[in-house]
Ligand binder design. Structure first.
Ligand code: F6R
Length: 615
């Protein structure tokens, strides 16, 4: 939800900022813009353009923006349409201040009215522009020797809502100021140069040393150093960390789309996530979880909160956790959980699943749960993210950076994570003995090779996706752990191909959805081997009899659904509880191929953004 970059150093700022924006474009692509401070004229020169970053690139081909201090923005529109006029950076009345902003300001109408009454001219429909004018007022009121960081701190106190602000001033040739509340902001620590960005991918080509900015903190970024304060100006300490992946991990490596690359990276991502978890004593070790065994034994329920695809991982987690621990487990969409006064307390483990670690709905849900006294464990892919920092314990999925907007490898590693967490809880609570835990772990450890094998078998899935890519409706059916994967298949197809797609528990179709089936309606059925397979085969027969085109995903050696399959996609055998780790692959490949056959950009589907930091 908007990507932000700030740079001060010795290099041409435009190049550094544009490279950062390219890496952050997955966060929003409604418009993009940059401001660079010209050291000769002391002007803050701005270029901005509606649409994808390529439009700004084209604009800049005609323009020189010299200077080694700059800020940039790629936008996912909230206040104001995605036009040139509303593109960031925004400026004050005299063009002295340039501001880029991620977030939404709830009191923006009030702020704008006040500014207009005080004689400011606001040229856009955005909430952000008000910030530029407020900083102008504070800065100018201080007179000679004015302190830009102090002006930003004062303005930040006036803002309601969420924000990351990055600010430059034409009188400050060695200073970029950043501020954050609720949304991500990371400092990149270089040598004679420093960076601010929404995430580390923006500066990973220059430095792998980073420091997260905490809630209500303001950063003063200079060539030779960085100072972080609270909103009262008190300097605050913080930890730096080393990013353990590099530029290559954030590049397409020859694939047409990041999504395709990320799908192929899944065996390695899962291997990274589950590897090395067995201690010398033969016990599963999730040391990072930092919740004592005594506390784990005190839990009476588990509540999983998440959004979108991460919610689907949570649904799979429910099957594993209940099976192995017998703890009642609910899974709830984070935006619903927060506002229904849920019954959680000290005996509740809340697991917040989020790839980005910044999803506002999930963050608010976990805050609410903690206020009620619950333990919160984050399952996230993003070190230093808000959700990681605000949880009692964190399990990091290790999928590496995920750039495509549609989540693939991160979801896969979330699945691996929920199985591991389930096993850990079972081990500590003694509901599964050591041998059983080790045996399940061995099954998990075999999964990366099975995913790799599954990936080699996807040509028939691609073929059928292309054949039916003109369809305007596709249904997905599954039972048991196949059901969340049916939901995931439908979500992926909706978001990538813009067709109506729905996932159902297969047993439910006769209660209504079967009316949707007419001659040729494509139905993807997750018919892998498990105890309910015979019932599922009956469901396939029911839809086949009504004219559906059945695309059946079946386990090697299982012929029960073969007579009713128009298209048969084979996946390797594994324990049925773990089958989502394999069935997820055809769901991803199908939606990507279907969308590409329709000529769509699968990395940047319309209206979406990678990280949804508004409620
Ligand atoms: C779908 C997708 C979204 C995210 C959802 C939660 O492909 O990517 O549905 O899963 O927005 O995002 P995180 O996991 O970052 O909280």
């Amino acid at each position: 939800m908007c990507g932000i970059v700030g740079y001060v150093g010795e290099q041409p700022a435009l190049d550094v900022v544009m490279q950062g924006l390219r890496r952050l474009e997955y966060r929003g692509y409604d418009s993009a813009g940059v401001a660079v401070l010209d050291p000769g004229t002391h002007a803050l020169n701005v270029a901005r353009k509606a649409g994808k970053l390529a439009n700004l690139d084209a604009e800049l081909a005609e323009t020189e923006l010299p200077g080694s201090l700059g800020i940039g923005h790629t936008r996912w529109a909230t206040h104001g349409a995605p036009t040139d006029r509303n593109a960031h950076p925004h400026r004050d009345c005299s063009g002295a201040v340039a501001v880029v902003h991620n977030g939404t300001l709830e009191n923006f109408a009030e702020l704008r009215d006040g500014l207009t009454e005080r004689g400011h001219h606001l040229a856009s429909d955005t909430d952000t522009e008000a910030v530029a004018h407020l900083i102008e007022e504070r800065y100018d009121a201080a007179g000679t020797g004015a302190d830009l960081a102090a002006a930003v701190r004062a303005v930040a106190k006036e803002l309601d809502g969420s924000f990351v602000l990055v600010v430059a001033h034409r009188d400050q040739p060695d200073l970029v100021v950043g501020a954050r509340r609720n949304l991500p902001l990371v400092i990149g620590l270089g040598d004679g140069e420093n960076f601010l960005a929404s995430d580390v991918t923006a500066f990973i080509a220059y430095t792998r040393e980073a420091r997260a900015v905490d809630q209500d903190q303001v950063v003063e970024l200079r060539r030779e150093g960085v100072r972080v304060t609270d909103l009262d100006g008190n300097e605050v300490a913080g930890d730096t960390y080393h990013v353990d992946w590099d530029t290559a991990a954030a590049e397409k490596a020859g694939y047409e789309y990041f999504m395709l690359k990320e799908i192929e990276e899944q065996p390695e991502a899962v291997a990274e996530t589950i590897g090395g978890r067995l201690g010398r004593d033969g016990r599963l070790r999730l040391d990072e979880l930092a919740i004592s065994d005594e506390d784990i034994r005190g839990f009476h329920q588990v509540v999983i909160v998440a959004c979108g695809s991460s919610y689907h991982s949570g649904l799979v987690g429910k099957y594993a956790i209940e099976r192995w621990t017998r703890l009642p487990t609910q899974v709830e969409i984070a935006s619903e959980f927060r506002y229904r006064d849920p019954v959680v307390g000290r005996d509740t483990l809340v697991i917040a699943i989020s790839q980005s670690g910044e999803t506002a709905d999930t963050l608010e849900a976990l805050r609410h749960a903690r206020q009620q006294g619950a333990w919160v464990m984050a399952v996230t892919n993003t070190v230093g993210s808000s959700i990681a920092r605000e949880s009692d314990a964190v399990f990091y999925t290790r999928s590496g950076p995920e750039i495509a907007v549609a989540s693939t490898k991160a979801v896969m590693t979330q699945l691996a994570a929920v199985y591991l967490v389930g096993l850990h809880l079972a081990q500590v609570r003694g509901t599964r003995d050591g041998d059983e835990v080790r045996s399940h772990y061995a099954d998990l450890a075999a999964i990366p090779d099975l995913i790799a094998e599954t990936l080699t078998r996807m040509d028939p899935m691609r073929k059928v996706a292309r054949e039916i890519s003109a369809a305007e409706r596709v249904l997905f059916l599954g039972r048991h752990v196949g059901y969340p994967m049916a939901l995931e298949g439908a979500l992926k197809l909706k978001e990538l191909a813009y067709v109506s797609a729905e996932g159902f528990p297969a047993g439910e179709i006769k209660h209504g959805p079967i009316a949707l089936i007419e001659q040729g309606t494509p139905v993807v059925v997750l018919a892998t081997r498990h105890a309910l397979a015979p019932k599922l085969v009956t469901n396939v027969q029911e839809i086949k009899a009504r004219g559906a085109r059945t695309i059946v995903i079946a386990t090697d050696g299982d012929e029960s659904a073969t007579p009713y399959a128009d298209d048969l996609i084979r996946i390797p055998d594994t324990k049925s509880l773990l089958s989502p780790l394999l069935t997820l692959v055809p769901m991803q490949v199908f939606s990507a191929e279907f969308a590409m056959a329709r000529g769509l950009d699968v990395d940047q589907p319309r209206n979406l953004a990678k990280s949804v930091t508004v409620e």
